[in-house]
Design a protein around this ligand. Structure first.
Ligand code: CMP
Length: 144
């Protein structure tokens, strides 16, 4: 079964006009976009997405922020996409993420770190299931 991950461009990334740049990075690496939509999540939905962080001091701010504007939700497919996608994204704190990574290139604050990517195949399955229905995912070949 093909490996898939859930990637979301958060409201700060959308508002800063980073959608095309971020999609281009995944495309150029050779990953395949199999689902995409733009939506403003409710705070309740944001809480479900970040359920593992419930109780942390930043949880309120985090769910307020994710629900504050449009999010571009995507599923990317390809070999090693969970781990390599996280490498492309960079460390959670933009000031600790390497230049050349998405967060390293575009951000400063942890609460405005532009993008989310599943941290394991298990989280990927959960997150894809939360944001998409199975019918949303398309299947096609990519000769690269
Ligand atoms: P993300 O990879 O989406 O997963 C959890 C998010 O919580 C993280 O990115 C940050 O945007 C956000 N966050 C806000 N404050 C903190 C913090 N102090 N430590 C870790 N994550 C934080």
């Amino acid at each position: 079964e093909a490996e898939r991950t859930f990637i979301a461009i958060k409201p700060d990334g959308v508002q800063r006009g980073l959608i095309a740049d971020i999609i281009a990075r995944f495309e150029r690496k050779g990953y395949k976009l199999v689902a995409v939509k733009i939506l403003v999540p409710t705070k309740e939905f944001a809480g479900k997405h970040y359920a593992e962080h419930e109780g942390r001091p930043f949880f309120e701010g985090l769910t307020d922020f994710l629900s504050s504007g449009p999010v571009l939700a995507m599923v990317w497919e390809g070999q090693g996409v969970v781990t390599y996608g996280r490498k492309m994204i960079g460390a959670t704190k933009p000031l600790e993420s390497a230049p050349g990574t998405i967060r390293g290139d575009f951000g400063i604050q942890v609460g405005r770190n532009i993008i989310h990517g599943s941290d394991s195949p298990d989280s990927a399955k959960k997150e894809i299931g939360l944001w998409f229905t199975p019918e949303d995912l398309v299947s096609y070949g990519l000769d690269i």
